[in-house]
Design a protein around this ligand. Sequence first.
Ligand code: CTP
Length: 403
Amino acid sequence: MALVALGVCGGIGAYKSVEVARGLQKQGHDVIAVMTRAARKFVGTVTFEAITRHRVVTSQFEAGANSDIEHISLASSIDLLLVAPATANVIGKFANGIADDFLSSLYLATKAPVLMAPAMNTHMLEHDAVRRNLDVLAARGVRFVEPGAGYLACGWIGKGRLAEPGDIVSAVEQLLSPSGPLKGKRVVVTAGPTREALDPVRFIGNRSSGKMGYALAEAARRHGADVVLVAGPTERRPPSGVEVVHVSTATEMRDAVVARAAEADVVIMAAAVADYAPAEASAQKIHKDRDEMILKLVRTPDILAELGRARAGSGRPLLVGFAAETSDVVAQARKKLSAKAVDMIVANDVSRADAGFEVDNNEVTIVTQQGEETLPLQEKTAIASHVIERIATLLKSRITVSR
Ligand code: CTP
């Protein structure tokens, strides 16, 4: 049983958080509701008090509640801070460290994981200011339950509706006690492209969307792992329950991965890492003052190969690579398996229009020392689940053998 502080903000979805509180209790958790001033315009405190059987916290300066500096004492006793609905205002406050009411002070004072369920008008959700704040929070380890799409109270149709109470409760459950074959395992996943700067406005990049890597991170989390997602530049929203490290270049990705590899049980390199980068990035914008231009490129660090060398003899972490090929897919993958000294290569044919880059589907062949297995064309999320299951099996056989 966990103690959950349920932050309720002033959005029309506030009524749904009554159901969230009840759902959490059904799972055996104790809930303390913290309501903002605006939230109380939508739902009364009595409703939450009757359900949670605790006094509802509404103000930092309530008489009789300060003998124990309440936001500090609550901050250190909760197992989770859940905010549902999270308005653009509270997201902005959390992102910028503003502590002008109980809920925003609680956020700064607690070391407990934080889960937010944003809800607002579609245009507000898409606004640069809100997106930036969400990114800041995600990079800080805050987890999110994605808002749903549909009719909004303001009359718009679009994304922004508070996630269903059942989904919020499941996300809490996952965060508090993920279970599955990877429980207790640390998994590092890389995703997306890298960018190598030519000058302040241009870079060499590639077509990777990050979809596969993000799906793998989500699947690893669902299977119980503690996941760090090292992500190159993409527009994707990180899956909930996953720590995200944003990087841009191959070297930054290498540093982020290597720093975490020693502690990891599994490293999955799903990122499309640039193999070459400009020998020198120009500090000033390059102008078109010549008829032709020859770029000198130098090799970037091969992260996977470096991990393969570094773990020589120990077999830990388990290493998984991806191979994007346009011909002789399996033969190329097998070559990479031994050249980079890794345990698994997930190979796909990127010359196909219906699979691979920038689409939702993929068909892959998993190549290991033991053999090959082709997973037929399906959603990347489904492929990710299968790949994670194969990794869990391989990890288990490893542990059995080495003991
Ligand atoms: N990889 C890496 N570091 C690099 C390049 C690739 O860690 N600098 C990883 C990729 O994330 C992937 C695997 O190595 O998991 C294979 O990547 P791929 O580009 O297909 O193969 P390369 O080793 O780069 O070989 P080539 O481009 O010659 O096919």
